[in-house]
Design a protein around this ligand. Sequence first.
Ligand SMILES: [Ca+2]
Ligand SMILES: [Ca+2]
Ligand SMILES: [Ca+2]
Ligand SMILES: [Zn+2]
Length: 545
Amino acid sequence: MRRRVGAVAAVLLTSALTATVQQASATTPTPPASPQARSAVANRALSAAASHTDAVHGGAGQAFTAADVQADPSGITHTRMIRTYQNLPVLGGDFVVHQDAAGNWLGVDQTLSQTPSVSTTPDVTAAAAAKSAAKATHETAQGTPTLVVEARKGAPRLAWQVLTTGKQADGTPSRESVTVDATNAKVLLASEQVWTLLPSSGTRAPSGARPATDGAAPQVAGDGRSLYSGTVPLQTTQSGSTYQLKDPTRGNTYTDNLNGGTGTNGSPMTDSDNHWGNGTTSDPASAAVDAQYGTNQTWDYYKSVHGRTGIGNDGKGSHNNVHYSRSYNNAFWDDSCFCMTYGDGDGRTFSPLVSLDVAGHEMSHGVTSRTANLTYSGESGGLNEATSDIFGTSVEFNANNPNDVGDYLIGEEIAVGGGALRYMDKPSKDGASLDCWSSRAASVDVHYSSGIANHFFYLLSEGSGAKTINGVSYNSPTCNSSTVKGIGRAAAEKIWYQALTAHFTSSTKYKNARTQSLAAAADLYGSTSTQYQAVAAAWSAVSVT
Ligand SMILES: [Ca+2]
Ligand SMILES: [Ca+2]
Ligand SMILES: [Ca+2]
Ligand SMILES: [Zn+2]
């Protein structure tokens, strides 16, 4: 459907896009409404955007597409829009329209600060732009660059978007989206499309100590002996006399064995008796059990807590690749294959990187890519990383597995010498992450600027000061000498999810995240609630004011 209202051409494509209505209830989520209901909300939002030209920085040559629709139990709807200008994508031009149950305009979230008005004729050739991008990334330019309007860095300007590919420093594949100024061939922004667990520049040895226990085996159709989570139930697919590690109850999520290779598709993991792995690395199936269990638990977490069915909220499963490369100390989400890839670690710093929080971290990158799509660079990249740590941790708590108890540590099960990769109560404990916002947040690795939001989430959940949870001791400082009282993880995770899906946009920075997560708290609990006030206090406590 295409309609024109005033100067704005509003386009709605419901089939190819992830337009869905879901409840973001603070109590019981409900299933997505009908496609007709989603369409109606999207159309209503498109009309509203067309008649609020100033608010959305609309204008001549622009068109909007509804990419996602969310409905709160209160009836408030949030419609995510993608913007084009003269048919060119406007990067950072995405916005979310908020309306009440009657369709009245409640406002818009966006980072675009001025109406795009640029010549669409480049001074620089596509070939020159590709060369410039390849030089900046030390990678190979792929395909033909396309023209875009780059609005994530200052005033909107015409740019070439170039895809470059190569390898990151630690062997992680790289696919960078690079924008190059079409008037002078200068690189404007390079953002990595392969989203990792750890900085690819190399790993630091974790420090500290971790608890470890053993658990009993539940009896179901299939089961597996994992490396970190004891014996776990598995739903598998039978084919003749063999079983495949593929779960028909969770969108056919499956796990492949790369067996040391570096592709995106390996061999299916199969087994003859549906009892998988032996709990140690001597059986390649053990790490596969962890990966599959991790995606199961993440699927169940999003479904039961947030009413989200799969990464894309469309019921479709993703897939896992285990045994990537040799001695690879990382794990990553790649949107182009809708898959997660796990290394085996080098055995000195890390054992196989397939623990529950890592799986939750990787799969949550997929959720981010299907919602706010936070650009993986600068502050928005830090918020992207933090989102994965926050939900990876939430998955771990929700799984309630006695072998890997819930904690606010990331990667405690895979750190060979004990300790963890990241500490949410006091991120600087890892030696590099930021506890408090400062202007450095825009320039440090996204796995370090994530510390600010991880710290925020811990404070919001548990409060400041010393505390012991599931046998793990924390002591969370504040950056403004305040004392913060937590509201519990159950409320905090709902607020973060609401912020991610109903308010954040691709260029959300920390200052926006404060405003937008306050709006999320208001959606769920009201603007005079304890939860709302706690969100404000927790942001102030990490110097985001
Ligand atoms: Ca077996
Ligand atoms: Ca744990
Ligand atoms: Ca953990
Ligand atoms: Zn990550």
